[in-house]
Ligand binder design. Structure first.
Ligand code: PLP
Length: 393
């Protein structure tokens, strides 16, 4: 019998954020107080910081198959998406005033969706939002068919944060390259589980975020292909070769580079290990809890990612019931002033409201053990039953 007191808290929300690995912590440490210089300063303090920044940039580039000058450090994944999409859209319009058509798909992260909606609503760009199927897949042929002579840019995420679906970004990138259209991908959820080669994927822009791969919060990475059209929308000093103004977070960049190396060494072994545990978790829940189904695809998903739909269960109540038991998960539904709305991603996949309101995401990480999964499987049926009973009361 597992009780709260006998259990350490079980963190199954690694898609939200990950702990900083020891390697990143150690690498960053000297750059807070000892080598604290501003990397733009010309004196020795600045030069020390600039040297660390150069090394971090080179290490990140090497892991992504990019050149160091194609890597821009930002403050988060959201900022990388914002800068890339706005920067590319404005640059394309500047080059050719007719190039104002943008393509994306439903089920993107708000960082992409919100930026593209703003480009449409405030700046007059035409936006095509492609449908996704019941698993959340974008059909590359739909991307091809949506392209016209004025298409400037396509943005499709590499892996969906809510349902884990892995998109055919290689295929979509090839179509974009063949048609001379810029390709951006939000790959924030990938690095801990998938190697990313920007050239192989035909990417022009890509967004990453260090805190999703065992690096620090407050550091994003934006890949910009050398020569890709781009107008900086964060204006100010000439930092990051004029592409993102603002004093660079040197310690953060050093930590991001160390974390990327850390996951590169472990991702294959961890992917295989976590996929087995994740499958065990999914199979156990489907077997032991009535009226539950998987959302997203069983195989074509991030190996650490389980997302489930509990019929006629309030996802937030389930999350809280699990939290009381020491299990940290997350839900896809956004509850605004007591009026729960199903997640837009689940709705775009055609999932009915009575299922979509009961969305729960369990994302494993490098520290997840078999004992954690066993404990969750023991506790989950009771929590679901408790919530269902409370909802009927
Ligand atoms: N894109 C995806 C797919 C994400 O999952 C997230 C975070 O959840 C972001 C972008 C935003 O990243 P950040 O938290 O670094 O702004």
């Amino acid at each position: 019998m597992i009780t709260l007191t006998s259990m350490r808290p079980i963190y199954l929300d690694h898609s939200a954020t990950t702990p900083v690995c020891d390697e990143a912590l150690a690498a960053m440490q000297p750059y807070f107080a000892e080598y604290f210089g501003n990397s733009s300063s010309l004196h020795q303090f600045g030069r020390n910081a600039a040297a660390a920044l150069d090394a971090a940039r080179a290490a990140v580039a090497c892991e992504l198959g990019a050149r160091p000058n194609e890597i821009v450090f930002t403050a988060c994944g959201t900022e990388s998406d914002n800068l890339a999409l706005r920067g590319a859209a404005f640059a394309m319009r500047k080059r050719n005033s007719a190039k104002t058509h943008l393509i994306t798909a439903h089920a993107e992260h708000h960082a992409v969706e919100g930026t593209l909606h703003q480009l449409r609503d405030l700046f007059g760009f035409e936006l095509t939002e492609l449908p996704v199927d019941g698993y959340g897949f974008v059909d590359p042929d739909d991307v091809r068919r949506a392209m016209g002579p004025n298409t400037a840019l396509v943005s499709v995420m590499a892996a969906n944060n809510e349902v884990g679906t892995l998109q055919a970004v290689g295929e979509i990138g090839a179509i974009c390259r063949e048609r001379g259209v810029l390709f951006h991908s939000d790959a924030v959820q990938c690095p801990a589980y998938r190697a990313l080669d920007v050239k192989q994927l035909n990417l022009d822009f890509m967004a990453l975020s260090a805190h999703k791969f065992y690096g620090p919060k407050g550091v994003g990475i934006m890949y910009i292909r050398d020569g890709a059209p781009y107008v900086p929308t964060n204006t100010g000093g000439g930092h990051e070769r004029g592409r993102r103004a603002g004093t660079v977070n040197v310690a953060g960049a050093v930590g991001a580079a160390a974390a990327l190396k850390y996951v590169a060494k472990r991702r294959d072994v961890q992917s295989a290990r976590l996929q087995a545990l994740r499958d065990q978790l999914i199979a156990g829940i489907l077997a032991d809890v009535p009226d539950v189904r998987l959302s997203g695809h069983l195989q074509q998903r991030l190996p650490n990612h389980a997302s489930l739909l509990f019929k006629e269960v309030d996802g937030e109540m389930l999350l809280m019931a699990l939290d009381v038991e020491g299990i940290a998960a997350s839900t896809g539904s956004a509850c605004t002033s007591g009026n729960p709305e199903p997640s837009a991603v689940l709705v775009s996949m055609g999932i009915a409201r009575e299922w979509a309101l009961g969305g729960l995401r369990l994302t494993l990480g490098y520290d997840t053990t078999e004992a954690d999964i066993d404990a969750v499987l023991q506790i989950m049926p009771k929590c679901v039953e408790r919530v269902r009973r409370a909802m009927q009361a």
